[in-house]
Design a protein around this ligand. Structure first.
Ligand SMILES: Nc1ncnc2c1ncn2[C@@H]1O[C@H](COP(=O)(O)OP(=O)(O)OP(=O)(O)O)[C@@H](O)[C@H]1O
Length: 703
């Protein structure tokens, strides 16, 4: 049988003296000619080896798109925002060049694109102009530069709610926000002025600093092997870590450092600011937590109120999920540090409970999402003062936090902590525009440590990536066929299906449920408790499909995900990489499929440097399967189809390319509507159409 033959070849794979990337004929099954094989095999990659020796850490659960932090810093500090520190810092890489490509990004991370009224975007325009100048001034430190996206795009991104929107186009939709995000205040002009002044001060010095700091510093070697060998040869006990931390590390099951840990730990321990880039699933959390714990361990005990000690380490995560996960990791590492406490504060839980918890369990390390941090600063007695004790500030998923959606929040947090501190920023993706603005947080002599080696992609080579371009009306059937094939091939399947919006996620989950697949859904429209439960279930399970919006795109450490399917246009290149990064973690194998409609294939040019193979044939959908899917679609609730249609329209309307031609956009939306089995597209409220800039476009039905 061809599938068997393929599996056998895959089993031979590690025995061959070449790396997988040099063996496309073996690692990419669709080079085999049999038509049946062609139909199924591109989606049947099985892991052939596993190097894991350590237990998985607890999963994080929930996304948290935190609300705006307007004006709270002003109440904390009379002196205005922290003086911005500038300079590009020392660039340190295990490779010799970056692989930044033009992204054509239009996305907005992990938030739903539901309609909300537009907000004043003047500020965004102003900042955008500023940033355009900044970029032109910026130094050249990476080999292949990401093209600067004109700020007008970002202006559009922020049109709705004046924040957290990416992707241009009139009527851009806001993202999948948490409840606490809903009531954002308009931005004050005074604050804007301060921020602009800060930027001027910041970027005015940049050229000088660039010249001073572009020489890469040699990093420790990584004898662990190539880019996909996530472990180094260096053991934790070879580093100057306190004995108590070492015991914690050992109990956590870690012996050797991962490559990013090996590269960053000595630098961070010296007290330097670090911006680190390392592939998904390679241990960045421990890389910033361990040296941060050392800072607390070495600090003299506070002579202040012991129940409310100064917060020495503040870790900011963009989502509740990541914050919970980071705090869980910290708790593991602190096992033998009885005097050091860690707490997590996240949205979606009761503030009073967190206040009580913090009082009962004093902490020097705080992991927080930005919105909840603001809540505590405003409402928890003594909290702002405690923040003035911060010695280490960590920005996890730094590029996301510095993106326009969070930038203002982060600037305010920076203003609320001491200027004299160490700052650590980590992510799997560091677009060039983020490099250009990282000085908002980092000292001028910071080091940029890039563990993505030259000649390697930002994704893992042990993850087989395929793209499939097929008409929109086939997507539901194709998704079903792909899943059925994968399930037939791997009893231990564990699949993530990423959809464009929360409402489309709900629709797809319901459809797959109707088709009797074992499926769960997770997106921002689900209550927190539900999401926590589903997330935990998926973490522990095998034989399960999780249909998800981008709430699961970044950082989530689900073990042993066998396949990631991305249906429709990913928000941007970074989001594609982070979503794909849910599989192939800790050196394991995995598989990724990107399913696009023909008019979405422009996205492929933004990821052309990644090893995404074109599927040679579109899997065939036999008439029985087609009928089955149609029947299942007819059972999907009408209101879910209506909501999916509106969300779909909003998502693609906010895309610079697709949303540019409103007539074409509506044609495509109605194609989507037909693919759900609807003869007539659902009606949309007039107000909504107006806000989207879609009033009187033929083909739309208004109500
Ligand atoms: N030194 C180590 N040895 C073995 N496993 C490790 C080590 N350090 C971390 N891990 C494990 O590696 C996994 C991935 O770590 P982590 O979630 O921090 O990755 P990441 O690089 O932050 O990924 P992402 O970019 O997706 O957020 C976790 O399960 C963690 O427990």
């Amino acid at each position: 049988m061809p599938t068997k033959l393929f599996s056998q070849l895959r089993l031979l794979h590690p025995l061959l003296p070449m790396k997988p990337r040099t063996l496309p004929l073996l690692s990419r099954p669709f080079f085999f000619p049999s038509s049946k094989f062609l139909r199924t095999s591109p989606f049947k990659v099985r892991a052939f080896s596993s190097r894991e020796k350590v237990p998985l850490r607890p999963s994080k659960s929930l996304i948290d798109d935190e609300a705006d932090l307007s004006n709270w810093v002003d109440e904390l500090r009379s002196g205005g925002p922290d003086e911005m520190r500038s300079g590009r810092g020392n660039e340190v890489r295990t490779g010799r060049r970056d692989r930044f490509a033009d992204s054509g990004r239009f996305s907005r991370d992990d938030r739903e694109r539901e309609f909300r009224p537009p907000r004043n975007n003047n500020r965004a325009s102003a900042l955008g102009k500023r940033r355009g100048e900044d970029l032109r001034k910026g130094g050249q430190s990476v080999g292949s530069r990401r093209k600067f996206q004109p700020r007008s795009d970002d202006d559009d991104n922020e049109v709705m709610n004046g924040r957290k929107l990416k992707g241009g186009g009139v009527g851009a939709f806001p993202s999948e926000d948490e409840d606490e995000d809903e009531d954002e205040e308009s931005e004050g002009s005074e604050e804007e002025e301060i921020l602009n002044k800060s930027r001027t001060a910041l970027f005015g010095q940049q050229n000088v600093l660039n010249r001073r700091n572009t020489e890469p510093t040699p990093r420790p070697s990584s004898p662990g092997g190539g880019s996909d060998s996530y472990l180094s040869e260096t053991r934790f006990d070879q580093c100057s870590i306190s004995p108590l931390s070492l015991k914690g590390v050992k109990d956590a099951g870690y012996e050797k450092m991962t490559v990013v840990q090996e590269a960053t730990l000595p630098v961070i321990l010296k007290g330097k600011d670090v911006l680190a880039k390392a592939k998904t699933g390679t241990g960045k959390t421990v890389a910033f937590l361990l040296p941060s714990i050392e800072v607390v361990a070495k600090s003299p005990p506070s002579d202040r109120d012991h129940r409310r000690p100064p917060i020495a380490v503040l870790v900011i995560c963009p989502t509740r999920e990541l914050a919970s996960q980071a705090a869980a990791e910290a708790t593991k590492l602190l096992k033998y540090h009885p005097t050091i406490g860690v707490q997590v504060v996240i949205g979606g839980t009761r503030l009073a409970l967190e206040q009580k918890r913090m009082q009962a369990n004093p902490c020097q390390i705080l992991v927080a999402t930005p919105g909840r941090l603001r809540d505590h600063t405003e409402n928890t007695a003594g909290f702002a003062t405690r923040l003035m004790g911060v010695k280490v500030l960590v920005l996890d998923e730094a590029d996301h936090l510095l993106d326009m959606g969070f930038r203002k929040d982060i600037e305010k947090i920076i203003a609320a902590v001491p200027k004299q501190r160490q700052t650590l920023m980590f992510s799997a993706t560091v677009p060039e525009e983020v490099r250009q603005v990282c000085h908002i947080a980092l000292r001028r002599d910071h080091e940029f440590i890039n563990t993505v080696q030259e000649g390697t992609e930002e994704t893992h080579s042990q993850v087989c990536q395929t793209h499939l371009v097929a008409p929109l009306d086939k997507h539901f059937s194709l998704l079903y066929v792909l899943l059925k094939d994968h399930i037939a091939d791997d009893v231990d399947y564990k699949v993530l299906v990423f959809c464009t919006t929360a409402m489309v996620t709900r629709l797809v989950a319901e459809l797959l449920g109707e088709l009797n697949l074992n499926v769960r859904e997770i997106h921002s429209r689900k209550p927190q408790s539900y999401r926590t439960r589903v997330s935990e279930e998926f973490r522990k399970s095998k034989g399960l499909i999780l249909v998800t919006s981008d709430v699961s795109a970044r950082g989530v450490d689900y073990p042993d995900v066998t396949l990631v399917i991305q249906v429709g246009l990913p928000a941007d290149r970074e989001q594609y990489i982070h979503r794909l990064g849910r599989t192939g973690r800790r050196g394991k194998e995995g598989q990724g499929i990107l399913l696009l409609a023909p008019w979405e294939d422009f996205f492929l040019s933004t990821v052309k440097d990644l090893p995404i193979e074109k599927a040679p044939v579109v899997p065939s959908v036999d008439p029985d399967t087609k009928k089955k899917v149609e029947k299942a679609l007819s059972n999907v609730e009408m209101k879910n189809k209506e909501a999916a249609y509106q969300a779909w329209l909003g998502y693609y309307n906010s895309n610079k390319k697709v949303g540019r031609d409103k007539y074409r956009l509506v044609e495509l939306a109605n194609e989507f509507s037909r693919s759900m089995g609807l003869d007539n597209p659902p009606a949309i409220p007039k107000l909504v159409l107006g806000k989207m800039g879609l009033r009187n476009i033929p083909g739309l039905r208004a109500k």
